[in-house]
Design a protein around this ligand. Structure first.
Ligand code: BGC
Length: 356
């Protein structure tokens, strides 16, 4: 049988099954599932420690089966996972892209098979996703930049020497984060007569490469640095490790993002000056709600649109929160991290920070 004919037979029987399902069973028992592809497990602890469990819980609550897989930074694996999900009858694909081109190919293929896709956290430029769920990522960058400026002011630095340790050039979010922090830190440097000593992106958000790149930046700066505007905690903590070797940790302001256990601990010890908390539980719930609406053919609630270069994608965009020592407690009170994990061995710092 030709491939085309096979596809035709498959779609007819799928329709027949759907029809039977409609007559005899509840929507919950409909065939098919939602496929979720996470990007990697190394660029940030968030994907496996927060996104996966929150997505799993949201779909369980909705009574919808979710197959959550991780591409581990491999674009070929990303495409293979998507193909397998489509073959197995996924009704919706949710994805965090590794870059726009490879994700666009997956989205276009899914669309051609009548399977809608959702961009989760990262926008796929020129892609064909039906929805985009994320945070206001320029706002994330502004919070990072403002935290750095506040830290420099608190340390009384007159003419700050600063570096930008940017996220992956293939991640649209990294572009938006930088847009945000450059809009705050740039004018501050101008008004104080400070210097942007280096400005470099870290391929694939690779934390190890981030450390190496930062080490080179520190050398370039002659060891004289006041702040590292780092795009996430993985990179920020890689910079902190280098600063530690040079006995400069705590003296240099360093930003982060993701409110991971290690990140929050570093905020409490003063190794990171500030980070950003994104309520991933709400992001996961947002994606699950949209997927369930797509399965049921219902309209879903969105709060804006995002231009992906080709079309305006209906979006759910959430609000990030800036974190310093004084409000780490907010992240714990929200249930995003556990006090036992964050405060292990540093209970005095936790008490001082009002963490109950
Ligand atoms: C996410 C960040 C994450 C980074 C590296 C970005 O797209 O928004 O939360 O730290 O990717 O995985």
């Amino acid at each position: 049988m030709s491939k085309r004919r096979l596809a035709l037979v498959a779609s007819v029987s799928a329709a027949a099954i759907a029809l039977t399902g409609f007559v005899t069973t509840s929507a919950k028992a409909a065939t098919g599932f939602v496929g979720v592809i996470l990007p990697d497990a190394a660029s940030s602890a968030r994907w496996e420690s927060a996104d996966r469990p929150f997505l799993k819980a949201a779909f369980e609550k909705a009574g919808v089966t979710a197959d959550i897989q991780n591409a581990n930074g491999d674009k070929a694996a990303f495409a293979t996972i998507a193909d397998q999900m489509l073959t197995k009858g996924a009704k919706v694909l949710i994805m965090v892209n590794l870059d726009s081109d490879s994700a666009k190919a997956v989205q276009d293929k899914a669309k051609a098979q009548g399977v809608p896709t959702i961009d989760y956290d990262r926008l796929t430029l020129n892609g064909s996703a039906s929805y985009y769920v994320s945070f206001d990522n320029v706002a994330v960058g502004k919070l990072q930049g403002q935290g750095i400026v506040n830290c420099l002011k608190a340390k009384g630095v007159k003419k700050p020497r600063v570096v930008y340790l940017n996220g992956s050039p293939t991640d649209n979010n990294a572009t938006l984060f930088k847009q945000g922090y450059a809009s705050v830190v740039g004018p501050y440097l101008k008004s104080t007569g400070g210097t942007l000593v280096a400005d470099q992106a870290v391929p694939d958000w690779d934390n190890v490469k981030g450390g190496t790149i930062f080490e080179q930046m520190l050398t370039k700066a002659g060891g004289k640095l006041d702040a590292v505007v780092s795009a996430n905690e993985g990179l920020g903590l890689a910079a902190v490790a280098v600063l530690k070797k040079n006995k400069l940790n705590g003296k240099v302001c360093v930003s982060g993002q993701d409110a991971t256990v290690d990140g929050l601990r570093a905020v409490l010890t003063g190794d990171l000056s500030n980070t950003v908390y994104k309520a991933i539980k709400a992001e996961a719930q947002g994606a699950a709600d949209l997927a369930v609406a797509l399965i049921n053919g219902k309209a879903a609630k969105t709060n804006g649109t995002t231009d992906n270069g080709t079309v305006k994608v209906p979006s759910v965009l959430l609000v990030p929160v800036g974190i310093t020592k004084s409000n780490v407690k907010v992240v714990i009170a929200d249930g995003f991290q556990k006090k036992a994990d964050v405060c292990k061995g540093i209970t005095k710092l936790c008490t001082a920070a009002g963490i109950k």
